[in-house]
Design a protein around this ligand. Structure first.
Ligand SMILES: Cc1cc2nc3c(=O)[nH]c(=O)nc-3n(C[C@H](O)[C@H](O)[C@H](O)COP(=O)(O)OP(=O)(O)OC[C@H]3O[C@@H](n4cnc5c(N)ncnc54)[C@H](O)[C@@H]3O)c2cc1C
Ligand code: SF4
Length: 355
């Protein structure tokens, strides 16, 4: 028997867009989210303003959640994970677990939208002192402070006078094994630098980078305004260590444009930590038997020409579960995955009725 239902695993931007798209096409969808709320990492990690347009993350995600929560074709299951699967494209039987109880649902196709985790800078880059010094924080910690409407030194509660970002923490790093670029951190550091300068005009802000990677409109929206309007200092350099001297952090490294060593005092150091596959992505890949790439992201048929088809027929992937993505990439991928998944369901329904 062919199933008329699309199962979507993960209720972040990718999963929400897939559910909305399926409903728009008149297809039933079951949306499974392990957390108690929809909205994905922008909500669970307390992001502040989202590019583009700098709209409040909770507001943007709230609109996406409302679009599916109010659609009778979408059955939302919170606090739920997938624990088993049998069958094949057109007729999968998937076991869901919630509060210790198991239930089987049928699905004609599946979209995996289980997203990413933030790289933990305490794990491999000890030289930056993330777990040692209160005033060394991550992009995510900074987002949370900006969302709360205050940006202060965690150690004193006072506004900082000097803040810097260190780019590529946990990305483009062969020693750690994450050779890939995480795509969003240059843009997000520039965004946060603008927000800090707007909030604290007396505070000097520096961004230490290997090279800045801005995609599409981020160049004009963030990169140039940060320098020209908000006077953020971009310094091409390699940072070797962060140490505490008195009550200030000292950032040591090399200014690679001037070709000379540098040692600069800072009140807050923000580590631009990149993206890794989420624990949920790796777990779902194991449960569904999906091939993962060398970094643990879900492998696809072709990164450029078919970025949504996985190694198992009838199972598709969208968003950061398949590699670092910004929201543009995530939404585009969710649309493509939905189109292929709904086409699979309809094709199997036609084959069944023709028999
Ligand atoms: C600090 C920071 C700021 C950012 N700000 C921006 C920005 O301003 N603009 C922009 O374009 N991009 C931004 N991004 C990128 C953006 O967050 C991602 O593009 C987006 O979150 C990817 O969406 P997703 O749905 O693929 O994954 P996620 O948002 O990670 O959502 C995945 C969902 O799947 C759920 N899940 C995981 N495993 C399971 C499982 N086994 N079972 C059920 N559910 C599961 C998770 O709980 C989560 O709800 C930012 C990233 C970072 C690191
Ligand atoms: S987006 Fe920028 S900070 Fe992030 S990994 Fe790529 S180059 Fe490094």
């Amino acid at each position: 028997m062919a199933s008329d239902t699309l199962l979507i695993i993960g209720g972040g931007p990718a999963g929400l867009e897939a559910a909305r798209g399926a409903a728009d096409l008149g297809c039933k969808a079951v949306l499974v989210e392990q957390r108690a709320a929809l909205g994905g990492t922008p909500i669970s990690a307390h992001y502040a303003a989202l590019t583009h347009g700098m709209r409040d993350a909770a507001e943007v995600m709230g609109e996406m959640v409302a679009a599916v929560a109010n659609d009778s074709l979408v059955d939302v299951r919170l606090g739920t994970t997938v624990t088993g699967i049998t069958g094949a494209a057109g007729d999968f039987a998937v076991t869901l677990r919630r509060d210790g109880a198991e239930e089987r649902v049928s699905a004609g196709a599946i979209i995996v939208a289980t997203g990413f985790d933030h790289f933990d800078p305490g794990r491999a880059t000890q030289q930056y002192g993330y777990y040692m010094y209160d005033d060394v924080i991550t992009l995510t910690d900074a987002e949370k402070m900006l969302k709360e409407g205050k940006f202060v030194r965690p150690s004193t509660g006072q506004p900082p006078e000097r803040v810097c970002f260190i780019q590529c923490v946990g990305s483009r790093d062969r020693h750690i094994g994450n050779e890939y670029c995480s795509k969003v951190c240059c843009g997000i550091a520039s965004k946060q630098a603008i927000e800090i300068r707007e909030r604290l005009p007396q505070c000097r802000v520096f961004i230490f980078y290997i090279d800045m990677r801005m995609y599409g409109y981020w160049e004009n929206d963030l990169y140039w305004p940060a320098q020209e309007k908000h006077k953020v200092n971009y310094i091409k350099g390699v940072i070797s260590e962060v140490v505490l001297k008195g009550d200030r952090l000292i950032v040591r490294g090399e200014d690679t444009t001037m070709n000379r060593p540098m040692e600069v005092p800072m009140d807050i150091v923000i580590l631009s930590n990149g993206m890794e596959p989420s624990a949920g992505t790796k777990a779902v890949a194991r449960t569904l038997g999906l091939r993962q790439n060398k970094y643990g992201f879900i492998d696809v048929a072709h990164d450029t020409l078919d970025p949504v088809t996985t190694s198992v027929p009838g199972i598709f992937v969208a968003g950061a579960a398949a590699g670092p993505k910004d929201l543009d990439d995530t939404m585009g991928m969710a649309g493509a995955a939905t189109m292929k998944a709904v086409a699979t369901i309809r094709r199997h329904a036609r084959m069944t009725s023709a028999r």
